[in-house]
Design a protein around this ligand. Structure first.
Ligand code: ASP
Length: 588
């Protein structure tokens, strides 16, 4: 063994003990007669001390050590005269007798500390050094502990952990597939799973009853801060269940994980329908850490000659309490430009500012008497000191814009605390979604999702509004405005599945060639079943109050989908191309 203890382990109790430690040279401080070294490993940091007077050779040896050198030391633990309360080992230090350099390190390209001087690209290139930083070590440890807690919990409830293949055929989750050419079957391609969806359903047909997997999923889509081309799901499926059983089971799991991992007790998760979520929050993943829901103003504000409102099918508002005195013209201008950015896309922002002295300032003051404007605020529970923001236009678009503004106002004015957690279920998603550009229906969740039993008769309608109003037994788990999980009760009947494919404009031949295996399975005693998948990376991020999932993934890709450390993707050589019978168009 290279060590008797870890660097983070030593306490006052160990005083007088002879120890051996191994780790990385973190920092070094030379003071005339003394040299101090912080030795670091995954478990923490401990101070080593060298004394010029008592052992000059050793002290000189220590002074020669460079950052990140891997060393082994032998020495005695003693109480520190100058204790460091910020360090778990801060009561003690190790008086070193011998140093062995196990491996010299080149000077690292950035400092290995939480507040590193390394930029994103450099840290990604040297991710193995980045991962040595204590923050990242903590985040990766968190993830490990979380997956272990998930396994222990689900095992207790009879879930089987079963792997599914990676080289498969397309599974439609709405993204593009990554494909892999088959050498043995030239001209044929595997697709990497966007999720194990069809396999987990087949497990239910196979009588496995309860399945889970910590599964890698691959989706070739444009990347954002919280998206990665390969990511991890906690994927689950259960047989003989209704929606209610799934919600109960996975609400309990989520509460258990919050309790176990971050000592947070979540209250029972409220439920909100998809339609209500859009109406009140302008999004199907509402951040319910704060109220300030969207106020429907359409009928109230029309009839006063303000053309913009007269022509708008929808006018909605947000009441910002207690901020009227803090908003200057400049603030309003800034916020207006903010909503006009292409990311939000609003034409403008109307405000009604009710000052504490009773005066009203408003962009639409010309059209409405002060009393009318005050009433708008009063009727929605507001008073002097509040601001009402209004936006108008197409209903869905305006609700979404108000939803985005709501989040910004929440953030700007600290309407929620850093340690607040609000979880809820969004239920009753529509089964289908109309694609304006393509003029056809898409599955809102995926094509295997079951319509609500009472809405099944509407599947035969030819009217778009009827079809749009069909609700699915589909649900999302949302925490702090992040979609953490989503799932549905599945169709388990061949005829209904065929009908669903037909609505999604699969020809019978396409449906058969792509999903014949599943529909055939439905003819051999498929039990009613349903499931859910959690975004594991995102769950880690949300539980830690972070926006980006990247630092919970050991080796993430950048926003161009590149791994700059191993340099992937990369061209393959001519021989490989030939074996695969592939030609790269445009290659010299
Ligand atoms: N396969 C679905 C998804 O990846 C989850 C599910 O329906 O269970 O979103």
């Amino acid at each position: 063994m290279y060590r008797t203890h870890h660097c983070g382990q030593l306490r006052l109790d160990h005083t007088g003990l002879d120890v051996e430690l191994s780790g990385w040279m973190d920092t070094k401080r030379d003071f005339g007669g003394m040299t101090f070294i912080d030795l670091r490993d995954r478990y923490g940091i401990v101070q080593l001390i060298f004394n010029m007077e008592t052992d000059e050779d050793l002290c000189l040896q220590a002074r020669k050590l460079g950052r990140e050198d891997v060393i082994q030391v032998k020495g005695k633990v003693r109480e520190r005269s100058n204790k460091n309360p910020d360090l778990p080992t801060g009561d003690v230090e190790v008086v070193v007798d011998t140093i062995t350099v196990l491996n010299k390190s080149k000077l690292p390209p950035f400092t290995i500390e939480n507040d590193t001087d390394g930029g994103d690209d450099l840290r990604m290139k040297y991710r193995y050094l980045d991962l040595r930083r204590p923050v990242l070590q903590e985040q990766i440890k968190f993830r490990s502990k979380l997956t272990i807690a998930i396994r222990q919990y689900l095992d207790k409830f009879d879930f089987l952990e079963i792997e599914t293949p990676i080289l498969i055929k397309s599974t439609p989750e709405g993204a593009r597939d990554f494909v892999v050419p088959s050498r043995m079957n030239p001209g044929q391609f595997y697709a990497l799973p966007q999720s194990p969806q069809t396999f987990k359903q087949l497990f239910m047909v196979a009588g496995m009853d309860r399945y889970f997997q910590i599964a890698k999923c691959f989706r070739d889509e444009d990347l954002r801060a919280d998206r990665q081309p390969e990511f991890t799901q906690l994927d689950c499926e259960m047989a003989f269940v209704h929606q209610e059983d799934i919600l109960q089971t996975f609400e309990s799991l989520t509460r258990h994980l919050f309790e176990e991992m971050i000592s947070v007790t979540l209250p029972e998760f409220p439920r909100i329908t998809y339609a209500e979520a859009l109406r009140k929050y302008g999004t199907d993943k509402p951040d319910t850490r704060f109220e300030m829901t969207i106020i429907e103003m359409t009928n109230k504000v029309k009839g006063y000659g303000f053309n913009v409102f007269e022509q708008a099918p929808f006018i909605g508002g947000l009441l910002l309490e207690g901020q009227a005195e803090n908003y200057s013209n400049k603030n309003f201008k800034e916020l207006t430009s903010w909503v006009q950015r292409p990311q939000v896309g609003a034409k403008g922002l109307v405000y009604v500012q009710w000052k504490l002295d009773g005066s009203i300032k408003s962009t639409v003051g010309k059209f409405y008497e002060d009393d009318i404007l005050k009433n708008w605020i009063r009727e929605n529970g507001g008073k002097e000191g509040d601001i009402l923001f209004l936006m108008s236009g197409d209903t869905a678009v305006t609700q979404a814009q108000l939803g985005t503004l709501r989040l910004e106002l929440g953030r700007l004015h600290g309407l929620y605390g850093a340690d607040d957690f609000h979880a809820l279920w969004v239920v009753d998603f529509p089964l289908l979604e109309w694609g304006e550009e393509t003029g056809r229906f898409y599955a809102k969740h995926h094509p295997f999702t079951s319509p609500k039993t009472e809405d099944i008769p509407m599947l035969t309608s030819t009217r778009r509004d009827h079809l749009e109003s069909i609700r699915a037994d589909a649900y999302d788990l949302v925490i702090n405005g992040s979609e953490i999980g989503g799932g549905s009760i599945r169709i388990h009947d061949r005829t209904l599945q065929q009908k669903a494919f037909e609505l999604l404009q699969f020809t019978p031949e396409e449906a058969e060639s792509q999903f014949g295996f599943l529909m055939n399975a439905f003819e051999y005693g498929a039990p009613p079943h349903g499931g859910i998948a959690f975004g594991l990376d995102r769950l880690c991020a949300v539980m830690n109050g972070k926006n980006s999932i990247r630092d919970f993934i050991a080796f993430p890709k950048n926003n161009m989908g590149l791994d700059v450390m191993i340099d992937a993707p990369a061209p393959i050589d001519e021989e490989q191309l030939q074996e695969l019978q592939l030609t790269v168009v445009g290659k010299e």
